[in-house]
Design a protein around this ligand. Structure first.
Ligand SMILES: Cc1cc2nc3c(=O)[nH]c(=O)nc-3n(C[C@H](O)[C@H](O)[C@H](O)COP(=O)(O)OP(=O)(O)OC[C@H]3O[C@@H](n4cnc5c(N)ncnc54)[C@H](O)[C@@H]3O)c2cc1C
Length: 308
């Protein structure tokens, strides 16, 4: 099996599958080794009780750049072609009160403003400018998340170009929004909302976006940044679900990778990684599989520590 594969990927979670799909699409021979009998890792949908499927850990895909994955450009994965269907929740947020009243934040601005007016005409008037501003800032953040982090001290032309285009995007925010963006990166979401709104129910509903998925309260540093992360896709606090369960995202990624020639083996726990001059191997309970040596070692100390 020497050099049968260009790349061995340990783990068929979303990151392993995504990497496999992109590498296979780029022409590499890829093998994914997954220890469990299901793929998806923390984003699997499993039949815990007979006849009932559950998203056992992750239940939505807010943290993933889904629009990139669905993109139909030749470079991207076009996962809709492999069966992925997303559900954009609408309303995005509903905050109820014990008396049966509540604030509803819809995708439609007119409906949201109508919902807010009953609680605060001031906040209703602030809604559209606020949403326009935060979704603009969130778009810059999305761009920042999408770039490959530069190699410190070793920038090549492509990286300089990427950083340059990011710099232009930041400059494009203008004199008012650039300082607001930089300020929001570190501030608590409570301060961000106190600057804009007066109604506590609305601030509570929006503040939930800032603390979603993290272990901080709304006064925590960096929660405004987390809030902006939840304001991509031209919506505030949007939640995106996968039809049929989040495991269908893993299935679509796997099908995409396999369509481009990747092999996925389940029930294949890697117990040891070995490196020698010609190749790097992953041991499955003593049976070695080999891939080519990496062009660039991410963990040189790991491969050096395991002489063949
Ligand atoms: C409680 C919780 C809730 C979350 N909720 C959300 C959410 O609602 N929305 C959202 O967007 N994100 C959510 N996340 C984050 C999201 O689940 C992760 O970012 C994502 O699933 C990580 O994928 P991964 O491929 O890096 O890792 P994993 O999903 O952990 O995949 C790693 C894979 O490697 C396999 N593996 C490990 N060791 C070996 C080995 N030696 N040999 C072979 N295979 C091996 C594992 O079995 C597993 O399948 C949540 C995370 C947690 C912990």
């Amino acid at each position: 099996m020497n050099n049968a594969y260009d790349t061995l990927i340990i783990g068929a979670g979303l990151n392993g599958l995504t990497t496999a799909a992109y590498l296979a699409k780029a022409g590499q021979r890829v093998l994914i080794l997954e220890q469990r009998d299901v793929i998806g890792g923390a984003a699997a949908t499993e039949e815990i009780f007979p006849g009932f499927k559950f998203d056992t850990v992750t239940h939505n895909v807010v943290g993933l750049p889904m629009q990139v994955a669905l993109n139909t450009t030749p470079r991207e994965l076009n996962l809709a072609q492999y069966g992925l269907q997303l559900i954009d929740a609408d309303p995005n947020i509903y905050a109820p009160l014990p008396d049966g009243e509540g604030i509803t934040l819809w995708r439609d601005d007119d409906k949201t403003v109508e919902s807010l007016r009953r609680f605060s005409p001031h906040d209703a008037a602030r809604w559209v400018p606020f949403k326009t501003r935060v979704t603009k800032l969130a778009a810059v953040l999305a761009k920042l998340h999408a770039i490959t982090p530069p190699r410190v001290g070793d920038l090549d032309a492509a990286q300089l170009w990427t950083l340059g285009s990011l710099g232009l995007k930041l400059r494009g925010l203008g004199k008012r929004d650039l300082p607001a963006f930089l300020r929001a990166l570190a501030m608590p979401v409570q301060d961000l909302l106190d600057d804009e709104f007066e109604n506590d129910l609305l601030k509570g509903a929006l503040g939930s976006v800032g603390v979603r998925g993290i272990r901080l309260g709304p006064r925590g540093t960096g929660t405004a940044y987390n809030f902006l992360r939840g304001c991509t896709n031209n919506a505030v606090g949007a939640t995106i679900y996968v039809r049929g369960g989040v495991g269908n995202l893993a299935n679509a990624l796997a099908q995409c990778a396999q369509a481009h020639g990747a092999t996925i083996r389940t029930n294949a726990p890697v117990v040891h990684i070995q490196a020698r001059k010609q190749n790097v191997g992953a041991h499955l309970y003593g049976r070695p599989l080999y891939g080519r040596p990496p062009r660039r070692a991410w963990f040189p100390q790991l491969t050096r520590a395991a002489p063949f």
